[in-house]
Structure formats: structure tokens, C-alpha cells
Design a binder for this molecule. Structure first.
Ligand SMILES: Nc1nc2c(ncn2[C@@H]2O[C@H](COP(=O)(O)OP(=O)(O)OP(=O)(O)O)[C@@H](O)[C@H]2O)c(=O)[nH]1
Ligand SMILES: [Mg+2]
Length: 697
């Protein structure tokens, strides 16, 4: 491929709610630009950016994937992100690689829950963005109502620069409001088009929208406003210039119209990427820690090499692939660079551009571009590679904590043996997953960002690493705590022939507020217990609290005060005091009105008015507490707090209540006491699982 100067590169993320058409749009763009020879389809499982086996099977994007194309003497790197809530962590990472984003909206559904979540992410990063109202060929498609929904959520700065010609079965093309021309497409997916005058039936609408657009652009710039007031109009070149500035500064979000599936409106959108969106040089500088000092790094091809690793792909055949966005300088394919996050050197062995999973050799990694390399030894997602010997570190990528865990059981002994190696590889590419052994039950647990996420990790273990495991029902991370106080003695005394064991402690236990976790206070004075045994006593309690007395869950939010005890000159030892402390802990827990805590989730549900009654009734049955309701256009947003234990099967329920026209998202909020009548069941379950023995000491 031709070598493109930094200002001729555009890095654009495709973002939006699940199934809004991001991957289909990438497919059409690649085809129209001649980067591939056929128009690929999500439903056929042959797209460039949904190449993963799980993506092909489920027909959704799970991973952020990159591809590139050449358009009007520019290189466009597309970052196709997932829209499904379980995978938005990878979307967040992908956004770190780009200078702008195209937010895709389904013209039937309007703004949905992930649309708003990704908008928040883009706001945080202050990414310039444009909006694409897609699927205009669909039955019930409405540019107007989708635009209204956009206005409700994101305000009036979202301003059409196009309007569709026809809708649903009659969708034929788009009007360019700046040029005052229409582009009409063949409906045969070929992308062939004709430029015409604006069709008579939408001339009036086009004129009105053009006026709105002109006013919005003028509003974003004082000099333009003056000109506009003076002349009553702005020329195309002025509009274009104003638009570019307005987009870069987040004052304007131009709205486009398209059907990705039928390859209509896609080429004007590519023109828009090139003409309206900023090049990598647009942002001038990026935040970085340089030589240990917080500062800013100039975005320039002439500076020191510095690149952020935003994704790691763990391929069982080709090994580990590292994707990076270069912000400054350049590096050759055989360069030695420094991983400044880890302060270690890495030797590059080759550089390439990724077209989905296909690799094309790259002559250089240069400022503004997205490149990949393989076989790095110690570098992972979120770390910075820079010129050898330099210390440039970009802000880390923040990933969410997992919200759900499942116990897994290897099917055979061989699977058990393979699991740790495979786990290691899976975690390399998925920084939000966890595979750990439960301290109480010894069971292996997989944790992730939702049920689908966990199922996909399981499938990957199977398909890529030949590890066959069975997924048990999901687990709730219960905790134990106390509601009362206790004052107890824990004594450990043993006489076995020679030297005996002796430890004796008196402790008080009292509750701490939620979030207080654990405190230990030593109030021994006068030497009732020699000072050197105190750490063992604290350790004894720390270890014992990992396994509560009710159901074997970790105990939290309490304080232990050690205030008395006794010792024996010969028989006392660290271990004896540890055992005494552990006994004291158990006795105290029992006395101090122990209880169970459960995680409560913040839940947000997006749907229309019609389903609100049913949904609220359903949440009631799930012990949910409605926190509030908002109205945005036709959309209702319901916010509630619901125990995690009640949310495990919510997704299919919501789908069936709303016929698929509802979406939701949840995140951890806080711990709350489990109602008494439910505690017994959890305790019985724990006994059955072997977490606790019925009358355990
Ligand atoms: N009618 C119609 N269907 C479309 C259009 N664009 C995409 N689709 C269909 O919508 C479904 C989802 O398309 P994708 O391209 O996978 O959507 P996505 O936004 O990448 O979805 P995720 O990556 O899972 O978030 C597929 O069945 C597509 O064929 C369109 O313009 N018109
Ligand atoms: Mg997709």
C-alpha cells in the first residue's frame, strides 16, 4: 500500500447499540473502496471485522476489530466496535485508537441503551463525532423520528447535513445539503449511483434543513455568524470549513443517512470522513507521563516514537498479536523499543496492518497510524511502547470489574491439566475476565461482564484450546457480616507428650458501616500477651474471616478489638495464637448476630411507555426498587436497584415482554442484607455445596 502522510490518515471508530449496523457499514465501505472484491454480510458470517468463530456463529461483534481502506488519496482506518453491553469494555479500548467516531443509529429503534453508553465514553474522550441514521431501507424506518430521538438524548448540536430520498421500500439515496445535490443509488447493493438535482417532492424540506444546518454552523463560529448575518447565506466552502471546525471542537455533530445493508449512502459517508473529520494531527497533543512527570506529548511524525497498545489478540496458531495506535514518531519493523509502562525493552519482529484477521506487511509504524506486531514478550493491552530509552506513558485504559461468576468443571483430567495454560492465553486478550479458584470450595470460577461474556470465554476454551468444561449455574458473591456485638475468649491448648501448644485471646467484635471491610485494634497492655504474638493473632482472624460461619462466604464490615489474653512461657507460639484467634473469630461471629449480604445492582432499562407497567410489575417480583423514571421522546428510561441474584434471567424476560424492543444494562452498586426468609435457602445451598459443614466449629 502507498505510504500516506499523517495528515492523510483518518482513524474512525464505528460505534453504536448492538445490531445498529456497524459491521455491515464497515463491510460496505471496504467494498466500495475496493479493499475487498465482494460485499460481505454479517448474516453470511463472512465479514472482515467479525472474523472470530464466536462472532460468525452468533452474528454479533464481540471484539473491537480494525480494517483499512484507501479513499480519495487518504487512508481510512476503521475500528469496528461491539455494541452489545457485555463487550463495551473493548469498545472503550478501541476508542483510544481513533481521532473521531461515527455513531450508528438504527432508524427504526432510535437511540438505545448502548448508544447512550458509548456517547458517554466519547464525551469523556472528547472525540469529534458524526451520526449515521442507518437501516433506512427497513420497514418502519423513519429518519425524522430517529433524529428526534437523537435530539432528545444528545441535543440540537446533532444537525443533518443530509436527508434521505424516500424511506423503507422507497429509500433511494441522499441529499447533500451543502452541495444542494442528490445522490441516487441502485438498490442492488452495487453502490452504483447517479448525481441529480434534489427531487421536487423534498425540495422544501431540503431548504428548511439547509437553513437549520447553516444556522447551527454559523452559531459555532463568531466570524461565520457575522458573515451569515451580513449576507443572509453561507457559501459551500464556508459551510464546509465551519463544519470541520465545529466537529473538531464538539460544537456540531453532523447527521448522515444510509443503508449499510443495501450499500446506499455509504460513499458520501466516506467522503464525509475525509472532508469533515480531523486527521491525527487535529488534536495537536495527547496526555502522557513523560519522564515520570504528568504532561503532554505533541502529536507529530517528528517526535519520539510513542504508541498505545489498545488490543491484544491471542491466536492459538499465530501467537499473540498486539495492536497499537501510534501518536508520535516512527518505528521500523525491526526496531528495539521500550515498554515504558513496564520499563523493559522489546524487539519488534515485523509490523503489519490488519484487515480483520489478515495481515499486510507495513514498512513502518508511523505517527497517526494503527499498526500491529506479533510475538512481543511482555507487552499487553493498555501499555505504552516508545523510543528506546524514553519514558512516555499514556493514561491506562480502565476496564470494568467482572459482575458475574460461574463455577466450571473440567470434563476430564486432561482438560483440567490444559486449563491453566489456556486460561493464561485467554486472559491476555481479555483484561476483564477472571479465572480463579474459589478459596472456600476449591471450585474454579470464571467471571466476566455478563452471562454471554462468560459463555463466550467457555466456548473459546473449547474451540481454541481444546479444553472441555461444564458451566455450572452462576454464582452470587454473597458476604457475611454482623449486626450485633460480641465479647469472647478463644483458647487453644494442647498437651502432646513433649512441648504443648498454648494461646489464649479475648476479643470484642463490633459492626462497621457498609464498605468498612475489616479493622483490627490491639488494646493489650501490661503484657498479657507478648507483643510479638499480636501479628499472628491478626493474621489468624484475617484468614478465618475468608470463610464466614453462616455459609462460608467472606466476612466483612466488622472490627475486632483484642483486649486481653494469656500465654505460656514454653508452650505459646505464633501458630497457637493464630488458632486461638481463629476460634475467637468463629465464636464472636456466632454471638454477634451474623447475617448475609448480597450485591445490589443499578439497573437501567430503555423501552417505550407501552411496556412500562409490565416491566415494573416484573421488577417488583424481583425485589427491585424503582429509583426513577425519565422520558426522552418516546423512550422511557427506568432506573432501579435490584439484587444481583434476581437479575440472572432478566434478559430473556425483557425480550419477551417487549418483543425485543427494550434494552437494559446493569452495574454493581452496593451490598445489602439478604431478607431473613431467603437466608435459610442460601445457607442450605452452602451446606450442599460443601462450603460449610452443618455444625462446624
Ligand atoms: N435492513 C437493514 N438491515 C441492516 C442494515 N445494516 C445492518 N443490517 C442488519 O442488522 C443486523 C446487525 O448488523 P451488524 O452490522 O452486525 O450490526 P452491528 O452494529 O455491527 O452489531 P454489533 O456489532 O453486534 O453491535 C444484521 O442482520 C444486518 O444484516 C441496513 O442498513 N438495513
Ligand atoms: Mg458489529
Amino acid at each position: 500500500m502507498k505510504d500516506y502522510a499523517t495528515d492523510r490518515i483518518r482513524n474512525v471508530a464505528l460505534t453504536g447499540h448492538g445490531a445498529s449496523g456497524k459491521t455491515s457499514l464497515a463491510a460496505a465501505m471496504l467494498f466500495d473502496a475496493g479493499a475487498v472484491t465482494r460485499l460481505t454480510k454479517v448474516d453470511k458470517g463472512n465479514t472482515i471485522t467479525d472474523y472470530d468463530a464466536e462472532e460468525v456463529e452468533r452474528k454479533i461483534s464481540i471484539n473491537t476489530a480494525v480494517c483499512y481502506l484507501e479513499w480519495k488519496d487518504h487512508k481510512i482506518n476503521l475500528v469496528d466496535t461491539p455494541g452489545f453491553s457485555n463487550f463495551l469494555w473493548d469498545t472503550r479500548a478501541g476508542l483510544r485508537a481513533v481521532d473521531a467516531a461515527a455513531l450508528i443509529i438504527d432508524s427504526v429503534a432510535g437511540v438505545e441503551v448502548s448508544t447512550e453508553k458509548v456517547w458517554e465514553m466519547m464525551e469523556e474522550l472528547r472525540l469529534p463525532r458524526l451520526i449515521v441514521i442507518n437501516k433506512l431501507d427497513r420497514e418502519n424506518a423513519s429518519f425524522k423520528s430517529a433524529l428526534e430521538s437523537v435530539h432528545q438524548f444528545f441535543g440540537r448540536k446533532a444537525i443533518p447535513v443530509q436527508i434521505p430520498v424516500g424511506e423503507e421500500k422507497n429509500f433511494r439515496g441522499v441529499v447533500d445539503l451543502i452541495k444542494g445535490k442528490a445522490t441516487l443509488f441502485e438498490r442492488d447493493e452495487s453502490g452504483k449511483f447517479q448525481e441529480t438535482d434534489i427531487p421536487a417532492e423534498i425540495k422544501e424540506e431540503a431548504a428548511r434543513r439547509r437553513l437549520e444546518m447553516t444556522e447551527m454552523i454559523a452559531e459555532s463560529d463568531e466570524a461565520l455568524m457575522e458573515k451569515y448575518l451580513d449576507k443572509g447565506e453561507l457559501q459551500p466552502a464556508e459551510l464546509l470549513d465551519g463544519l470541520k471546525k465545529g466537529i473538531a471542537s464538539g460544537q456540531v455533530f453532523p447527521v448522515f443517512a444510509a443503508s449499510a445493508l443495501l450499500n446506499m449512502g455509504v460513499q458520501p459517508l466516506l467522503d464525509g470522513f475525509v472532508e469533515f473529520l480531523p486527521s491525527p494531527l487535529g488534536r495537536r497533543e495527547v496526555i502522557a507521563r513523560i519522564g515520570g512527570q504528568e504532561g503532554k506529548l505533541a502529536v507529530s511524525p517528528d517526535g519520539p516514537f510513542a504508541a498505545l497498545v489498545f488490543k491484544t489478540i491471542s491466536d492459538p496458531y499465530t501467537g499473540r498479536i498486539t495492536l497499537m495506535r501510534v501518536f508520535s514518531g516512527k518505528a521500523n519493523p525491526d526496531a528495539v523499543v521500550t515498554n515504558a509502562s513496564k520499563e523493559t525493552d522489546e524487539k519488534l519482529v515485523g509490523l503489519f496492518f490488519l484487515q480483520g484477521k489478515e495481515q499486510e506487511a507495513a514498512g513502518q509504524a508511523k505517527a497517526g497510524d494503527i499498526v500491529a506486531t506479533a510475538k512481543l514478550k511482555a507487552t499487553f493491552t493498555g501499555e505504552t511502547l516508545c523510543a528506546k530509552g524514553q519514558s512516555i506513558v499514556f493514561p491506562a485504559i480502565i476496564f470494568p470489574e467482572p459482575s458475574i461468576s460461574f463455577a466450571i468443571e473440567p470434563k476430564t483430567r486432561a482438560d483440567e491439566d490444559r486449563i491453566s495454560q489456556a486460561t493464561h492465553r485467554i486472559l491476555e486478550e481479555d483484561p476483564t475476565a477472571r479465572i480463579e479458584r474459589d478459596a472456600e470450595t476449591g471450585q474454579l470460577l470464571i467471571s466476566g461482564n455478563g452471562e454471554l461474556h462468560v459463555r463466550i470465554i467457555t466456548e473459546r476454551l473449547k474451540k481454541r484450546f481444546n479444553v472441555d468444561i461444564e458451566l455450572k449455574p452462576p454464582k452470587i458473591s454473597y458476604k457475611e457480616t454482623i449486626k450485633g456485638r460480641a465479647d469472647v475468649q478463644g483458647k487453644h491448648k494442647k498437651q502432646t507428650g513433649g512441648r504443648g501448644q498454648f494461646g489464649d485471646v479475648w476479643i470484642k467484635m463490633e459492626p462497621l458501616p457498609r464498605g468498612g471491610d475489616f479493622e483490627f485494634e490491639n488494646k493489650i497492655f501490661g503484657g498479657a500477651i507478648p507483643r510479638n504474638y499480636i501479628p499472628s493473632i491478626e493474621k489468624g482472624i484475617q484468614e478465618a474471616r475468608k470463610k464466614g460461619i453462616l455459609a462460608g462466604y467472606p466476612s466483612i464490615d466488622f472490627k475486632v478489638i483484642l483486649y486481653d489474653g494469656s500465654y505460656h512461657e514454653v508452650d505459646s507460639s505464633d501458630i497457637a495464637f493464630k488458632i486461638a484467634a481463629s476460634k475467637a473469630f468463629k465464636l464472636a461471629m456466632r454471638e454477634a448476630k451474623p447475617t448475609l449480604l448480597e450485591p445490589i445492582m443499578n439497573v437501567e432499562i430503555y423501552t417505550s411507555e407501552a411496556f412500562m407497567g409490565d416491566i415494573m410489575g416484573n421488577l417488583n417480583g424481583r425485589r427491585g426498587k424503582v429509583q426513577g423514571m425519565e422520558q426522552k421522546g418516546n423512550m422511557r428510561i427506568l432506573k432501579a436497584q435490584v439484587p444481583m441474584a434476581e437479575m440472572l434471567d432478566f434478559e430473556p424476560t425483557l425480550t419477551s415482554i417487549t418483543g425485543g424492543r427494550g434494552s437494559f444494562m446493569m452495574e454493581y452498586s452496593h451490598m445489602e442484607e439478604v431478607p431473613a426468609h431467603l437466608q435459610q435457602k442460601i445457607i442450605q445451598e452452602a451446606v450442599k455445596e460443601g462450603r460449610v459443614r452443618p455444625e462446624e466449629e
